[in-house]
Design a protein around this ligand. Structure first.
Ligand SMILES: Cc1cc2nc3c(=O)[nH]c(=O)nc-3n(C[C@H](O)[C@H](O)[C@H](O)COP(=O)(O)O)c2cc1C
Length: 178
């Protein structure tokens, strides 16, 4: 079992997958990690469509690509499409009163759970916010009224070495009031 800080350092966006199928049990474990994620008023405003299919995955990949964007997905065996579902009434009222978009926050947290669980299981992911929502809905028979919020590619990485993380410093992003 990884130490938490090892795990978060090991997670990086993978844009280079090998041709190896992803075990269904591992995908179920990733969804379990999403299922137990926290959410405003425990509203759980999400649904996860798991595409792990030799014929369908390349078609999903095409919906994620535009110009140079997300070309790497051609080689990815599986995708998790994250839909926003109607939130709990309390979370919706609270969000309106407080002018907060709790569902987006909830989905972001669940997505982080997903990527970290995948990393723990030896898989690699890339979160994608760039996709053709309309085409993806048609391909997967998702009703027009639903929103697709993110797509996560998931598979085994071809890269053996981790990249250095380029990030702002602690000083830039925090204020400690002692
Ligand atoms: C909401 C969101 C949307 C993103 N969309 C894309 C995308 O469409 N294509 C892509 O290659 N990476 C995408 N990324 C990955 C980021 O570029 C990446 O997380 C960031 O550069 C940090 O690198 P790392 O994930 O390797 O640590 C997205 C990440 C997030 C959180």
């Amino acid at each position: 079992m990884n130490n938490y800080f090892d795990l978060i350092n090991k997670r990086e966006s993978c844009r280079n997958y090998i041709d190896k199928p992803v075990e269904k049990e591992k995908l179920i474990a990733c969804i379990e990690a999403c299922r137990i994620a926290p959410s405003a008023c425990n509203g759980q405003p999400w649904k996860f469509i798991v595409v792990n299919n030799k014929e369908l995955s390349p078609k999903v990949a095409k919906c994620l690509q535009n110009l140079v964007m997300n070309k790497f997905t051609d080689k990815c065996p599986a995708f998790i499409i994250i839909l926003e579902e109607k939130s709990d009434i309390k979370a919706r009222i609270g969000g309106t009163i407080k002018n907060q978009d709790y569902s987006s926050i909830d989905i972001g947290i669940a997505t982080a759970h997903l990527c970290l669980a995948a990393t723990e299981l030896g898989l690699s992911t890339c979160i994608m916010g760039w996709f053709n929502e309309k085409e993806l809905k048609t391909l997967l028979s998702i009703p027009k009224s639903k929103r697709i919020r993110l797509v996560v590619s998931i598979g085994y990485s071809a890269d053996k070495k981790l990249r250095n993380k380029i990030r702002k410093s602690i000083d830039e992003i925090s204020l400690f009031i002692d």
